[in-house]
Design a protein around this ligand. Structure first.
Ligand SMILES: [Zn+2]
Length: 274
């Protein structure tokens, strides 16, 4: 994160409840001005108080937002970019495999429509386009959306639920995005409207019940309560998916799988309309 990252106070925050149950949740970690809570009904973990929408926009509009992590060095041979390519290729392979099981052996991506929400700089979309997908992105950060548009990729700048999109899409994916959105149930409902009946939804997200999270508790490096406002386990992801009309068809949690390589505290999940 850059030195000019905005500083937020309690005045920038709002209280929310579990998106599945409406429960106010029991406090797990007190992280002023934020609180991390667990729903007493379904165990979904969420941040409340959390940043209000306008404060969140200020946060994501920082030009430096994507520069701190794996996108800091986008040169072709940087180790971070090499890892990105392994994830991208591994995920596209899992998506093709899932599609082939419902589409009678048709593994050809040519002409299939792929939408990514939270598309960042468009790295995954560019790789999917190289495989023949007809790609489109949705990205909240204006600087990142501009970088994507410069590569000739159609991208809507804003939230998925507000984007003027028309389905059906064969594939919809969101990499490390579902933990950032104000209402993940609304996002999955919108995805359900947009996905083809035999389409595949692919998501990655921090893994709240992973070993690093359980050992490090509030010092877990992926907690990031400013931006990671929902935290999932395989169990709560299944609940959320089912409520939106999806079945979980694949859960990848091994740090040895190419789709999740080296990531001890990340889940990759594939869904299909139920
Ligand atoms: Zn709940």
């Amino acid at each position: 994160m850059s030195d000019s990252a905005p500083v937020f106070s309690a005045a920038d925050t709002e209280q929310v409840t579990c998106c599945l149950c409406g429960d106010a949740g029991a406090l797990l970690y007190d992280l002023p001005p934020y609180g991390m809570r667990r729903c007493a009904c379904c165990t979904l973990v969420f941040v409340s108080p959390r940043l209000r929408a306008e404060a969140l926009s200020r946060f994501y509009d920082q030009v430096g937002y994507f520069e701190g992590g794996v996108y800091g060095d986008r040169s072709r041979w940087s180790p971070a970019m090499a890892l990105q390519r392994v994830w991208t290729s591994g995920r596209l392979n899992r998506i093709a495999k899932a599609g082939s099981s419902t589409r009678k052996g048709d593994r050809c991506a040519a002409g299939q429509r792929l939408l990514e929400f939270g598309s960042g700089y468009g790295l995954f979309l560019a790789a999917a386009r190289d495989r023949g997908y007809d790609v489109q992105g949705v990205e909240l950060s204006r600087p990142a959306a501009q970088v994507t548009a410069k590569q000739g990729i159609a991208v809507h700048c804003g939230q998925l639920v507000d984007a003027p999109l028309s389905g059906p899409y064969d594939v919809i994916c969101g990499w490390d995005t579902l933990e950032h959105v104000p209402d993940p149930l609304a996002v999955l409902h919108r995805i359900h409207e947009l996905i083809a009946g035999d389409g595949t939804v692919a998501i990655s997200t921090p893994y709240f019940s992973s070993l690093p999270s359980r050992l490090l508790r509030e010092r877990w490096w992926t907690l990031k309560p400013t931006e990671h406002i929902w935290h999932y386990t395989p169990y709560t992801l299944r609940l959320l998916a089912a409520r939106a009309g999806f079945t979980v068809i694949d859960v990848i949690r091994s740090p040895l799988a190419p789709a999740n390589l080296t990531r001890l505290d990340s889940l990759v999940v594939l869904l299909r309309p139920a």
